[in-house]
Design a protein around this ligand. Structure first.
Ligand code: ADP
Ligand code: MG
Length: 447
């Protein structure tokens, strides 16, 4: 069993056996599998609303069912077909080569969310940002091709759209095509041996700017690579701009023809790293402002402290806070934020592993054995370390106080709460402890 449909079919069958028909009909039946990339399954919900609900209520069950089928740790990412990128992507269907630029005017305005103006710049992304702006100033010049790479959710697609929007704004007749690597492959494959091949070539060779998103999808696609090699040369020789993004640098895209790899490296390679703390805070606040909501500083900090690797997740958390506040009337406070990011955090790591790592990291930090933390020993240093572990579990895992008590040898609810309060008090007066706890958590996440 390895096709996307098979996996989803089997997982869906498990899922439906867990819920009533009403829930299945209302929330789950509209989900469709989109792709399985590495260990991530992408599912599409029919609307933003369904996506929010499924994410909030059924995500962990879906993960469980999918993992039951694949037999390995699988991440499940849910997107909505109302995502701002959707209209643009649909517009990628092969258009007559004469249509200027490649879709009706206003089509690309559908992604007005993606501009240079609302891209927050920090040390992690400033090279990529500056390079993209340079490309729009002097396309086909110094940075050709521009190869932007970095992990998921760090703004690669945002920058490509910004390039596209900026080019079209400067010159409405500029022929810009944005295409996902995957769609490029599919379009090419479906035009092989048909009359549409010449259309395909026209579309991609008579251009001013070609933007290919997630070009790592060309890995292993021998014929597509061959075709793209010629596309690339034609554009490059005509001094037309090419911008490529990928989740990894060219040397790690495998298998990839050597001559393409060297071409990818010809121009400028700019990587995007996960954002630093200030950038994360700025993104949270900007997103909140764009949703007309006010997030208290301690809540922004709480989120910025925890969601470090993926800006899409940060934005998702802010949107979810807004939904919980607007639809269900919750106050925007740390408890709500904790609840909101619970799924995302445990998404990064199976909860059991997270718990084990917290125990191991706390023990290591305090020079103790993990068993000491789980024992009933009451020496002062063991006590502090145990309270710290309890506190970190409470803050980072979303498991119940009862469950935490069980992990620590059957402690009752009150004892667990007490430990949490002690650490909270201590944190108010001891900045060292705050540093210690963040160091421990960073060891937990990046062992
Ligand atoms: P990638 O293509 O690298 O996976 P995206 O470009 O889709 O990531 O970014 C994910 C989300 O995060 C998008 O909604 C995007 O607008 C937002 N985002 C990413 N980087 C930034 C940034 N520097 N400033 C503001 N928003 C950002
Ligand atoms: Mg992307």
């Amino acid at each position: 069993m390895n096709s996307l449909e098979d996996i989803w079919g089997a997982a869906y069958a498990r899922l439906t056996s867990m819920f009533t028909d009403v829930i299945v009909d209302t929330w789950l039946s509209g989900l469709t599998p989109v792709e399985l990339r590495g260990d991530t399954l992408v599912i599409e919900a029919p609307s933003n609303f369904v996506k929010e609900i499924v994410e909030a209520r059924y995500h962990s069950m879906i993960v469980e069912c999918v993992e039951g089928v694949t037999g390995f740790r699988t991440y499940v990412s849910i997107r909505s077909n109302e995502d701002p990128t959707a209209p643009l992507l649909q517009a990628q269907a092969p258009a007559p080569a004469t249509a200027p630029p490649d879709e009706p005017p206003g089509g690309y305005m559908a992604v007005e969310g993606y501009t240079f103006d609302n891209f927050i710049v920090g040390s992690s992304n400033k090279l990529a940002h500056a390079a993209c702006i340079a490309v729009t100033d002097t396309p086909g010049d110094a940075f050709n091709p521009l190869f932007v790479y970095g992990g998921s959710g760090l703004g690669k697609t945002h920058l490509l759209f910004a390039v596209r929007n900026q080019m079209c704004r400067k010159d409405p007749n500029c022929r810009v095509v944005y295409v996902k690597g995957e769609d490029f492959v599919n379009e090419f494959v479906s035009s092989i041996g048909t009359a549409t091949m010449s259309k395909f070539r026209e579309k991609y060779r008579l251009l001013d700017v070609l933007l290919i998103d997630d070009v790592q999808f060309l890995a292993g696609k021998v014929q597509t690579q061959e075709e793209f090699f010629h596309t690339f040369n034609t554009l490059y020789e005509a001094k037309k701009q090419i911008v490529l993004t990928s989740d990894r640098p060219p040397k790690e895209i495998m298998p990839l023809e050597e001559r393409l790899r060297t071409r990818f490296e010809w121009g400028l390679m700019a990587d995007i790293q996960p954002p630093d703390y200030e950038t994360r805070l700025a993104i949270i606040n900007r997103k909140a402002a764009s949703l007309n909501m006010v997030i208290p500083p301690e809540v922004s900090e709480f989120i910025a402290d925890r969601l470090k690797k993926n800006i899409r997740q940060i934005e998702g958390a802010v949107k979810k806070l807004k939904a919980m506040h607007a639809l269900e009337g919750y106050d925007i406070n740390i408890d709500l934020a904790r609840e909101t990011i619970k799924d995302v955090l445990s998404d990064n790591m199976p909860i059991g592993v997270l718990i084990e790592r917290i125990i191991a990291a706390v023990a290591e930090f305090y020079g103790l054995a993990p068993e000491d933390l789980l024992s009933a020993k009451r020496k002062a240093d063991v006590l502090l370390a145990r309270q710290a572990a309890i506190y970190l579990m409470r803050e980072n895992t979303g498991i119940s106080l009862k469950k935490i008590g069980e992990i620590f040898g059957g402690k009752d609810h009150a004892t667990v709460i007490n430990s949490v309060r002690r650490i909270e008090k201590e944190l108010e007066v001891d900045p060292e402890l705050k540093n210690a706890l963040s160091e421990i958590m960073s060891n937990v996440r990046n062992p």
